[in-house]
Design a protein around this ligand. Sequence first.
Ligand code: GLV
Length: 355
Amino acid sequence: MLNTLSEELRFKYVEGKNIGMKPTVYVTRRIPEIGIKLLEEYCEVRYRDEVPSPPREELLKAVEDVDAIFCTLNERIDKELIDRAKRLRVVGTMSVGFDHIDLEYATSKGIYVVYTPGVLTETVADHAWALLLAAARRVVEADNMIRSGEWTIPWAPTMMLGHDVYGKVLGIIGLGRIGYAVAKRAKGFNMRVLYYDVVRREQAEKELGVEYASMERILKESDFVSIHVPLTPETRGLIGEKELKMMKKTAVLVNTARGPVVDQKALAKALEEGWIAAAGLDVFEKEPIDPDDPLLKLKNVVLTPHIASASHDTRNKMAELTAQGIIKVLKGERPDNLCNPDVLKVRPLDQVKII
Ligand code: GLV
């Protein structure tokens, strides 16, 4: 927990326009209350209490004179924004992904970036499994069948056949925290787990009995493939037509990472033409997805609107951790959830401290 600061300390710092005032933090959109409450203990909070992200121009204007930004993955924190935010010391993003932030540029400008690793791991892993099971056993399609009045025969030997999960092969692309948590759950389903990562995870191999494999082997041998890599220039379009064609015709693809890791057009074609059996997707190349996207016409894909971390507890923890990270930086303390540790060399913490 954060220490409570005395009023005296809180008002003592001297920094540019901030003399005698609390640091200012701009919160880009509505977040769980716990985050706001925490920030209010130490900062002047400019809270944009609205569900959608601010329009770009509004965002650029709003950051001009703030010490900190509390944002989400939907606001682009790029060079243009950083250059506008002349007083900015810290960006807190309520997300584990940080592909929306120009980390290199922020670091070069001495801006600290904090994020939310760890607190959403299990919740996202649960959701990956929800999609996997729903896609394999046609849960959504079956639900729709009942609702639309198409369930006219009580039990039929060949009706709504799906794919078994128990005892099958699960391929995990990216064995970070979330990939690990997904692999761990596979034990209960008696699955053989293959994984690919840029680095070999020998500890995980020992702990979970997972097997390191090439991408090609994963695609060719897995009954289920679940993606858990960050979006980087290297992972953009990682799963395209060639990769989808390597997969089993009975395979199910799950993506809870970032939409652009999969070529969405190729995936729609793969699902329509039966190169793979089904998919479960929480993320898309464009969010919200276009209403005329070909995926929406397909029955063999389960879609959720980027909600893998959306449980009450986890979203509270994410807001809390983001706020804590921001406050720690402003207090000149190193937060555990620092995303760009190289920034410590550019602008040491005692030069950032204003609380
Ligand atoms: C969600 O996608 C996140 O990055 O936290």
